[in-house]
Design a protein around this ligand. Sequence first.
Ligand code: HEC
Length: 260
Amino acid sequence: MRKLFLTLATAVITASLSNVPVLAAGGGDVVLRQADWSFSGPFGTFDKASMQRGFQAYTEVCAGCHSMNYIAFRNLADLGYNEAEIKAIAAEYEVVDGPNDEGEMFTRNGIPADRIPAPYPNELAARAANNGAYPPDLSLIVKARANGADYLYSLLTSYQDAPAGTAVPEGMYYNAAYSGHMIAMPQPLYGDDVEYADGADTSMDAVAKDLVNFMAWTAEPALEERKRTGVAVMIFLVLLSGLSFGAMRFIWADVKKTGA
Ligand code: HEC
């Protein structure tokens, strides 16, 4: 029994620590590329500079097709922007508001409380503009796919020429990381798609990583807090175990001495 337990425990610990290549959401023959994410592991934290670059890349490259419905401009404070910067970012957007006193909808400049406006008014409009395919909302995509961070990183960097003999239908593209390999999204990143104010690397790989850092945050803004709480709870439990053990020794000391 004890041996079985030990074997099981070892297996579980080895599996959780090892860095075996992971299979993508759809399974099959897809092997994902992996990177060291600052937010993974029990002490994980977000890389704010990278998240700001990822937000810029999302805005300039992806936002034309993909919405980010769960993020309001004021949430961007988590990326390290101050109030004035957030106001300025929001003001660059036109937001539909209303109805006004005449019952009409109208547009105005964005304010920090607004959500990031979506590129299309509804799913049908989105499909009509994308050959019938639907570009999903990206707010939660890292949580919505197995191994989300590695998957998104791989998806963005795995567009290839189809192997000889594989026919790619009109309006589809070959992507080694996508389940089934045929995706309706044209390759969004080629390298040097953005210009970063901080002079950071703009290769396809680096921009893809910035996007993953940004979208890991949009999918779970409270990740750092959750991990901090987890560590604090572990420390508390270790201290409590020590204290309980000490108390046990103290209480049983006399009993053991007399052998009663
Ligand atoms: C020209 C429009 C367009 C642009 C620009 C675009 N996408 Fe897409 N994207 C799509 C479409 C269409 C789909 C749906 C693909 C399908 O269903 O085959 C999609 C699907 C996706 C998916 C979901 C894949 C899955 O597993 O279902 C992700 C993630 C994604 N895009 C991320 C991005 C990111 C990040 C960017 C910016 C770097 C971006 N896209 C830029 C149109 C676009």
